[in-house]
Design a protein around this ligand. Structure first.
Ligand SMILES: NC(=O)c1ccc[n+]([C@@H]2O[C@H](COP(=O)([O-])OP(=O)(O)OC[C@H]3O[C@@H](n4cnc5c(N)ncnc54)[C@H](O)[C@@H]3O)[C@@H](O)[C@H]2O)c1
Length: 439
């Protein structure tokens, strides 16, 4: 392997394109491979086909440093390490499909047949335990006719990023998880990350199967923590003077628990948490072990939606034809993504039940139009949305949602702050999710 390796990234989607851009920004020569010709053209023009914080600017700066192509032979011949970041969609039983991964592995293996030098293949896509060995190694060896560990290397190296902060998370990870088929491959990967990360992460090096289990366990644990906080919130809400945020804050100061992901609010959603939680349960079932905790977390999380709908309905029950201002539709702040967004699910149910909704989201509005259609009024900003509303719901903790004053709201309007964004002292009629009040 040369001192400064060349990298190819297979799959230029939400994670793959950010991966390519981050490596290019740290001076690596990067070739991006995708099957989508429009994506390839766009990347070669330095224009981001993916909406992600800071990515457009980074790609513009990296113009010429990332070469996008559909040609696997070119990519494998001209790189030393390939990161596979294709989608692994969820199957009905909760496990992940290897359909795209297998196609990518086949193409890489065909190109490896004629390659003389050592090439490291890295699976970054989220996969079920044993995939790297039983699918990755099997296909690569069979199709290339070469030997893993001797002619080519193999590793599993997933990322722990959140959409909306992918670039920051990629460059500043708490840990770099490396599941290595052999030490040499782990060393190559550790070297790449040491030249890429802007912090000093912990390198968790282990076998591929342990890394595969670690990846889905981590997200499953985080969903459990979120759901615990929301259960705590439901209890506190029924006890006068209790405040789940005060309790959660103190809990989080105990180092055994930690402060992150213990904030009462809406349930988790998005393209990763729900499916990784289900994959953990599916993994247990595959080895004939029960996964009651993961399943219950999923169930409790889903129930959050109807609980909140019930709360909203009771808040406006005395009003005739109430107008509801609904702030936030994405599954979390700083992203246009609405996949499994609890905020959007709640808005959809309210609309279905005949409530009059004005909605605003800084990035997800266009995507939400595909779900809410013409049944809601779309606002151009927060102030426009809350104007003349009887109930204002802060459903997603976008920073800009606390950018209004009591004078901007209708007299006697109610506010439901699901995330503790507003200054309670400033507003009169404000309800905080997780805060108990006298009935
Ligand atoms: N997006 C996230 O937040 C996130 C976080 C952690 C892990 N992951 C994992 O990363 C993987 C990719 O996720 P994503 O969100 O970037 O997916 P995505 O759907 O946004 O992108 C996948 C890309 O792969 C391309 N592709 C499909 N088949 C291909 C092939 N044979 N060769 C080359 N390119 C091909 C598609 O055209 C697309 O551009 C998944 O396994 C996912 O679970 C994603």
């Amino acid at each position: 392997m040369p001192k400064k390796v060349s990298i190819s990234v297979i799959g230029l989607g939400k994670l793959g394109l950010c991966t390519a851009a981050c490596f290019a920004s740290k001076g690596f020569s990067v070739i991006g491979v995708d099957v989508d010709i429009d994506k390839i053209d766009s990347v070669n023009k330095g224009i981001s086909p993916v909406q992600e914080t800071g990515l457009a600017e980074l790609l513009m700066r990296a113009k010429g440093k990332i070469k996008a192509t559909a040609d696997y032979n070119y990519a494998i011949a001209n790189s030393d390490v390939s990161f596979i970041v294709v989608a692994t969609p969820s199957l009905a039983d909760g496990s992940f499909s290897n359909e795209y991964l297998e196609k990518a592995l086949h193409k890489i293996a065909e190109s490896l047949r004629t390659k003389k030098s050592y090439h490291l293949v890295v699976i970054t896509s989220t996969v079920m335990p044993q995939t790297t060995d039983k699918v990755g190694k099997f296909i690569l060896e069979k199709v290339s006719g070469k030997k893993c560990g001797k002619d080519f290397g193999l590793a599993y190296n997933p990322e722990f990023i959140a959409l909306g902060s992918v670039l920051h998370d990629f460059l500043n990870p708490d840990l770099v998880l490396i599941g290595e088929a052999n030490i040499k491959d782990g060393n190559i990967l550790e070297g790449i990350y040491k030249n890429t990360c802007e912090n000093k992460p912990y390198f968790a090096r282990m076998s591929p199967v342990n890394a595969e289990i670690t990846k889905i366990s981590l997200n499953c644990y985080v969903t459990t923590k979120i759901t615990f906080a929301n259960s705590l919130s439901a209890i506190c809400e029924k006890i006068p003077e209790a405040d789940a945020r005060v309790v959660a804050n103190a809990l989080g100061m105990d180092s055994r628990i930690g402060r992150k992901y213990i904030n009462p609010g809406l349930g988790y959603g998005g393209p990763c948490f729900p499916r990784d939680n289900k994959a953990f349960a599916a993994c247990a079932h595959l080895v004939e072990v029960q996964a009651k905790l993961a399943e219950m977390v999923d169930q409790v999380n889903n129930e959050q939606v109807m609980q909140l709908v019930g709360k909203i309905k009771s808040l406006v029950s005395r009003l005739k034809d109430p107008v509801i201002a609904f702030l936030g539709l994405s599954y979390k702040p700083n992203t246009p993504i609405i996949e499994d967004s609890q905020a959007l699910s709640i808005a959809k149910i309210l609309v279905h039940e005949g409530y009059s909704l004005k909605v605003y989201d800084p990035q997800a509005q266009d995507n939400a139009k595909g779900v809410l259609g013409d049944f809601v009024k779309y606002s151009k900003n927060t102030k426009d949305c809350i104007k003349n509303a009887d109930l204002i719901i802060l459903a997603v903790p976008w920073r800009e949602f606390n950018n209004f004053n009591p004078g901007d709201t209708k007299k006697n309007s109610l506010i439901l702050d699901c995330w503790g964004l507003l200054d309670m002292k400033k507003f009169k009629n404000i309800k905080l999710l997780g805060k108990g009040e006298e009935e």
